[in-house]
Design a protein around this ligand. Structure first.
Ligand code: ADP
Length: 186
């Protein structure tokens, strides 16, 4: 997890290559659905264009279906999901039913000045300043509380997302080996 512009997408691509697991980006899945013009895509587009979160039931349907596919059985990286407390609780229930609990939640952090600067240079449809402001607001209101949720479960790992991508990835790899060591000691 991490606010818009913090580098979740960039770092996720590196991390899935490193861990050799599938990359489940709800943002990418939604953008693909929009492009295909499916009912779900058309509905989601209205929220995304305004910087609002797509309603939980739509997201849960999308992720639930994807997790059932064969390539996810040995694990996967969730990018941009969960983003609300409701999504996090639904995910925990779903993973508990499958007997494959969440290993860890990684939170990337950066100061808001750096975020706005990075987003301005990206140029995606929803990167217009007024939409970015709304996305940052939604993050603070709906997603930031998830840090506490995962911290209470002892699953939260915070990572400084500032500086060049390679440096950030170095910090992520350090956290991954910490998580692996912890898993082996239990
Ligand atoms: P960013 O993290 O930079 O905002 P994403 O590609 O992750 O970019 O998300 C883009 C948009 O897709 C969000 O602003 C939101 O409208 C929608 N979205 C993505 N993931 C979710 C989610 N888990 N729940 C609700 N909406 C989502």
């Amino acid at each position: 997890m991490g606010p818009p512009g913090v580098g979740k997408g960039t770092q996720s691509v590196r991390l899935v290559n490193f861990l050799n697991v599938p990359h489940l980006s709800t943002g990418d899945m939604l953008r693909q659905a929009c492009q295909e013009g499916s009912d779900l895509g058309l509905l989601a587009e209205q929220y995304m264009a305004q910087g609002k979160l797509v309603p939980d039931p739509i997201i849960l349907q999308l992720v639930g279906k994807r997790l059932d596919q064969g390539d996810c059985q040995e694990g996967c990286l969730l990018d941009g999901f969960p983003r609300t407390l409701g999504q996090a609780q639904a995910l925990d229930e779903l993973l508990q039913r499958r007997g494959t609990p969440l290993t860890a939640a990684l939170e990337l952090k950066a100061d808001s000045e750096e975020l706005v600067k990075r987003l301005a240079g990206r140029g995606r449809d929803d990167d217009r300043p007024e939409v970015v402001r709304e996305r940052l607001r939604q993050y603070a209101r709906q997603t930031a509380p998830l840090s506490d949720y995962y911290a209470r479960q002892g699953r939260l790992f915070e990572i400084d997302g500032g500086g060049p991508p390679e440096e950030v990835f170095g910090r992520i790899k350090a956290v991954i080996s910490q998580i692996k060591k912890k898993a082996m000691s239990v």
